[in-house]
Design a protein around this ligand. Structure first.
Ligand code: SAH
Length: 310
């Protein structure tokens, strides 16, 4: 898809028409099946300084934690028993012990589910080791395709680095997932077209889009949240532009719209939900934004049913 066409779909096409086109493409390409990924947020340690995220290194209000291998495996067993089809291991970006994480991946693979990593930008050698240990997918959102905004939000880092890391992960044989936020301060809605074009160019297998939500202990604490209606429009356009991709209805969407956000995301072309299996006593400390909803398996069942999917 070209930029002009994407912009037209995003901002001119009536919502009902857009939604129906996305639903038709979804039905043709993906059927009615919703994939359910079990999310385990295994550590909130982070060395980075992302201005929007509560896990940022300078935030002293968080109690930093890291699950041990047994805790991760217990959560993974619970998720698998509940019927999830993949385990997603997510954390802040920290100097995780590569050999240790390889052992965890190997142990989860013994439960006969694929493993997805979402641990930020990590050294090539570590990413290669985890791929060998059996991790098949890697989520690393590009966050915004506006290079100036990216640099302003991620002090000392560039969009080019982020994209290079995604390409490296691809070369190592991972399926890659990217994604982006909307409504960040300084965000130009037209740059959403560049987000979609970048995801298209990278040929991502997954793309997650969510509204920005403020976190009290960050420099963006006072900023308003991103718009839910535009998030749904972006999902529908992503479905048309990347018909092959898996598109999650994000937890951020469920946080701003607890009753219907996930079902609306599925109706807008989404086909993935990601319930959390992070042990209860750590959940409060994984505060990437405020009032973060915990999507449970029960919420997933309700959303799938409400959207008339399987
Ligand atoms: N450290 C990992 C995981 C980050 S948390 C990494 O860098 O990939 C997962 C996602 O949460 C981020 O990619 C970002 O898109 C989203 N996120 C972080 N802070 C947020 C906020 N304040 N509002 C909405 N989404 C946020």
């Amino acid at each position: 898809m070209r930029r002009a066409e994407i912009l037209h779909l995003l901002f001119e096409t009536p919502w009902e028409e857009l939604r129906q086109r996305a639903a038709a493409t979804l039905a043709r390409e993906k059927g009615s099946h919703v994939f359910v990924r079990g999310l385990i947020e295994f550590s909130n340690q982070c060395r980075r300084n992302c201005r929007y995220c509560g896990l940022r290194a300078p935030n002293r209000k968080l109690t930093r934690y890291a699950l041990d291998a047994d805790e991760i495996l217990a959560a993974a067993r619970e998720a698998v028993a509940g019927g999830v089809d993949t385990i997603v291991l997510q954390s802040g970006e920290y100097a995780v012990d590569a050999a240790w994480l390889a052992g965890v991946i190997d142990a989860i693979r013994c439960l006969a589910v694929p493993v997805t990593l979402s641990v930020g930008e990590q050294p090539a050698a570590a990413c290669a080791l985890w791929r060998e240990a059996g991790a098949e997918r890697f989520l690393l959102k590009h966050e915004t395709a506006d290079a100036d905004l990216y640099a302003a939000l991620h002090p000392g880092h560039t969009l080019a680095e982020r994209v290079a890391q995604l390409r490296l992960l691809r070369r190592l044989g991972y399926e890659i997932g990217s994604g982006f936020m909307l409504g960040l301060p300084g965000h130009r809605p037209e740059s959403l077209a560049d987000d979609i074009l970048l995801a298209q160019e990278l040929g991502v297998e997954m793309c997650g889009v969510g509204p920005f939500i403020a976190q009290a202990d960050t420099p963006l604490a006072a900023q308003p949240s991103g718009p839910v209606d535009l998030t749904l429009r972006v999902m529908a356009v992503l479905r048309l532009a990347l018909p092959w991709a898996n598109l999650p209805a994000t937890t951020a969407l469920a946080t701003l719209d607890p009753n219907t956000g996930q079902a609306e995301g599925l109706r807008a072309g989404g086909n993935v939900l990601m319930p959390s299996f992070t042990p209860p006593r750590y959940r409060q400390e994984y505060r990437i934004y405020d009032d973060k909803n915990r999507v449970s398996l029960q919420d997933v069942r309700k959303a799938v049913e409400a959207a008339g999917r399987s």
